[in-house]
Design a protein around this ligand. Structure first.
Ligand SMILES: CC(C)(COP(=O)(O)OP(=O)(O)OC[C@H]1O[C@@H](n2cnc3c(N)ncnc32)[C@H](O)[C@@H]1OP(=O)(O)O)[C@@H](O)C(=O)NCCC(=O)NCCS
Length: 183
């Protein structure tokens, strides 16, 4: 299955608010940049460890759009036309084409509402449709919220890179988690 920029994948409701899960598009640059820089400012344990400039944000979204041509599925979570989250399914290439990595982040204001769970379940469904057999991800050991979320959805912790992440001048262990998909 091929996905197109901006393609709507699913909508659901949280209280009275409509939540849309759709593919990223070029117009998301400002919204996604704002989302990611918000996470950096709250010192969330994500891949970035410093804020991105506007120029870097443009490049970031360009790369996501480019990655779609290679089979990645970068999804935006939108509420009231605002980007409130981001998830990405990144199938491997060649000998790793049965394994996909996933990424997830939700704006602080929209956490603990089940949106992260819905996004991961959606990414798992998409992965199955792409014949992916294993989903993998890494998470900072201190990130209890994320570890709990993934464990609840059947991910197993299978390894650790001691001091695999750096934020400021502190090093943190990175945990590798995997889920085998049943087709
Ligand atoms: C981790 C994150 C994605 C969770 O998203 P979310 O939408 O708040 O998660 P959900 O509401 O679907 O919660 C599902 C489960 O996750 C766990 N969880 C979520 N937030 C938690 C918290 N603050 N403390 C402990 N467990 C938590 C719980 O087990 C929860 O189930 P419950 O509600 O039945 O207790 C979100 O906190 C986030 O974006 N954090 C910053 C970025 C980040 O860490 N991304 C992950 C990098 S690997």
């Amino acid at each position: 299955m091929k996905f197109k920029p901006g393609q709507l994948i699913k909508t659901s409701w949280i209280n009275d608010e409509k939540v849309s899960f759709r593919c990223v598009k070029a117009e998301d640059t400002y919204g996604l940049l704002n989302h990611l820089n918000g996470l950096v400012k709250e010192k969330a344990f994500i891949g970035l460890n410093r804020v991105l400039t506007r120029r870097e944000g443009i490049k970031f979204v360009e790369k996501l759009l480019e990655s779609m041509k290679e089979g990645d599925v970068p999804l935006i979570i939108e509420v009231n036309k605002k980007v409130v989250g981001w998830g990405d399914l990144r199938p491997g290439r060649h000998s790793r084409s049965h394994v996909a990595e996933i990424i997830l982040s939700i704006d602080k204001k929209y956490r603990k509402l089940g949106i992260g769970t819905r996004m991961i379940k959606l990414l798992i469904e998409i992965a199955k449709s792409l014949k992916i057999k294993i989903i993998s991800l890494t998470v900072v050991a201190n990130n209890i919220a994320a570890r709990n979320l993934y464990k609840k959805l059947g991910f197993k912790e299978v390894g650790k890179i001691p001091e695999g992440r750096r934020y400021g001048n502190k090093y943190y262990d990175e945990i590798l988690m995997v889920k085998k998909l049943v087709h």
